[in-house]
Ligand binder design. Structure first.
Ligand code: NAD
Ligand code: TDX
Length: 338
C-alpha cells in the first residue's frame, strides 16, 4: 500500500476529478491535495466551492501542456503521487475540432510524464477510457491487452496517451499506471454529456436529442464506484499495468432515456431522433476480471439506484445548471486566479 500525503490532481474542477478530490479528502485524514486545472469551459469552480479555504485543498490554475506551469509546481512541492484527469473529453467536440484534444490529451500527458520522471514522483496514474478499444460486438468484452482501435479523434488522443505512458515505463521506468473506465454518470457532470443532457432537458420539458436510432450501447458506471476503483489502483495497483473499470450496466441509449423519463414522470414524447454522430461506436464493454481479482473491486451501485440519485441531485441543483447556461459559473474566478 502506497503512503500518499501530498497528491497532485490535474483536471480536478471537472466531473470525475472533483468527485475524486472530495472522495479522497473524505476518506484520508492528513492528506493534502493540489488541483492543477486550466479552467477550460469544462472546469467548474462551483464543483469544489465547499472545499475552498481548507488547508487540505489548494487550487492552482495552470495548463498541463505548459512546461512552465507544471515545472513551477513540481519545483515547489514534492508529490507522493499524480492523478491525471485533465483532458478534452467530449467526443462531439473532437469531431468538430481535434486540435485541443491532441494538445491536452497527448502533449499535456508528455509534459506530466517528464515532470514525474525528473522529480522522481513515486506514481503517475493516467485516467483513460474504454473508448480506446473501439466498438466491440456482443458478447465480446475488451481486455487490458487487447488491441487499441480508437474511432474518434477523442479516443485516438486518449489511446496515444496510453501508449506514451507505456513507452515511458519501458524506456525510462517512469512509474505509470493506467485506468480505463466505461461511461461515468453522477453529480457534477457537465450538461453536454448524455445523462445530464437528458435530465436537464426533461426537467424543462424540452426535446431530448437521441443520436441515430438510440441503439448504441454504453456500460454505465456511477462516478463514486469509479472513484473507489481509482483510489485502489492508486494505492495498490502494480506499476506499468492497465486496469479496466466497468459498471456492469450495459444499456442501449434509448432504454436509458426512457428510464430517466420514467423517474421524472415525463412522457417519452420528449424524445426526438436526430442525425447520428459520425463514426458513432455501437458498443463498448469491458472485461473487469483483473481489477476484481487483484484488488477486490467491483461496482456497488446498480443503475437504477445510481440514476435515481443522479436525477435527485440535478433536481436539487438547478442553480448549478443555470449558472452554466448563463455562463456565470466561472465568473470572477478567472481573474481572481490569474
Ligand atoms: P471533464 O471534461 O468534466 O473535465 C476535464 C477537466 O480538465 C476540466 O476541469 C478542465 O478545465 C481540465 N483541463 C482540460 N484541459 C486541461 C489542461 N490542458 N490543463 C489543465 N486542465 C485541463 O472530464 P471528465 O468527464 O471528468 O473526465 C476526466 C477524465 O476521465 C478524462 O481524462 C477523460 O478522458 C476520462 N474519462 C471520462 C469518462 C466519462 O464518462 N466522463 C469515462 C472514461 C474516462
Ligand atoms: O445528446 C446526445 N444524444 C445522444 O444520443 C449526446 C450528448 C449523446 N448521445 C449518445 C452518444 C453516445 O452513444 O449517448 C451516448 C453517450 O454519449 P456521451 O455522453 O457524449 O458519451 P460518450 O461519447 O460515450 O463518451 C463518454 O464516455 C467515455 C465520455 O464523454 C468520454 O469522455 C469517456 O471517455
Amino acid at each position: 500500500m502506497r503512503l500518499i500525503r501530498k497528491l497532485l490532481i490535474t483536471g480536478g474542477l471537472g466531473f470525475i476529478g472533483s468527485n475524486f478530490i472530495r472522495y479522497e479528502l473524505k476518506n484520508y485524514d492528513g492528506l493534502k491535495i493540489f488541483n492543477l486545472d486550466k479552467l477550460t469551459y469544462a472546469g467548474n469552480p462551483l464543483n469544489l466551492k465547499d472545499l475552498e479555504g481548507r488547508g487540505s485543498y489548494v487550487f492552482v490554475r495552470g495548463d498541463i501542456c505548459k512546461d512552465s506551469d507544471v515545472m513551477a509546481l513540481f519545483k515547489k512541492e514534492k508529490f507522493d503521487a499524480v492523478v491525471n484527469f485533465a483532458a478534452e473529453t467530449h467526443v462531439d467536440r473532437s469531431i468538430l475540432d481535434a486540435k485541443p484534444f491532441i494538445k491536452s490529451n497527448i502533449s499535456g500527458v508528455q509534459v506530466l510524464l517528464e515532470a514525474v520522471q525528473k522529480f522522481g514522483t513515486p506514481v503517475f496514474l493516467q485516467i483513460s477510457t474504454d473508448e480506446v478499444y473501439g466498438s466491440v460486438p456482443p458478447p465480446k468484452k475488451s481486455k487490458e491487452d487487447d488491441a487499441l482501435l480508437p474511432n474518434s479523434p477523442y479516443a485516438a488522443s486518449k489511446a496515444s496517451a496510453d501508449l506514451l505512458c507505456r513507452a515511458y515505463f519501458v524506456t525510462h521506468k517512469t512509474p505509470i499506471i493506467v485506468t480505463r473506465s466505461s461511461n461515468n454518470y453522477g453529480p457534477f457532470q457537465f450538461p453536454e454529456k448524455f445523462v445530464p443532457v437528458v435530465i436537464s432537458r426533461a426537467m424543462e420539458d424540452k426535446p431530448i436529442p437521441v443520436y441515430g436510432k438510440g441503439i448504441n450501447v454504453r456500460d454505465w458506471l456511477f462516478v463514486e464506484d469509479n472513484c473507489r476503483a481509482i483510489d485502489l489502483v492508486l494505492r495498490k495497483g502494480r506499476l506499468g499495468e492497465v486496469y479496466n473499470i466497468g459498471g456492469a450496466n450495459e444499456l442501449r441509449n434509448i432504454d436509458l432515456v426512457k428510464q430517466i423519463l420514467k423517474i421524472l414522470k415525463k412522457s417519452d414524447d420528449l424524445i426526438i431522433f436526430v442525425k447520428d454522430r459520425p463514426g458513432h461506436d455501437l458498443r463498448y464493454a469491458l472485461n473487469c476480471q483483473k481489477i476484481q481479482t487483484e484488488l477486490g473491486w467491483k461496482p456497488c451501485v446498480n443503475l437504477s439506484d445510481g440514476i435515481s440519485t443522479t436525477v435527485e441531485w440535478y433536481k436539487r441543483n438547478k442553480q448549478w445548471i443555470k449558472a452554466i447556461e448563463k455562463g456565470t459559473y466561472q465568473a470572477n474566478y478567472k481573474t481572481k486566479t490569474k
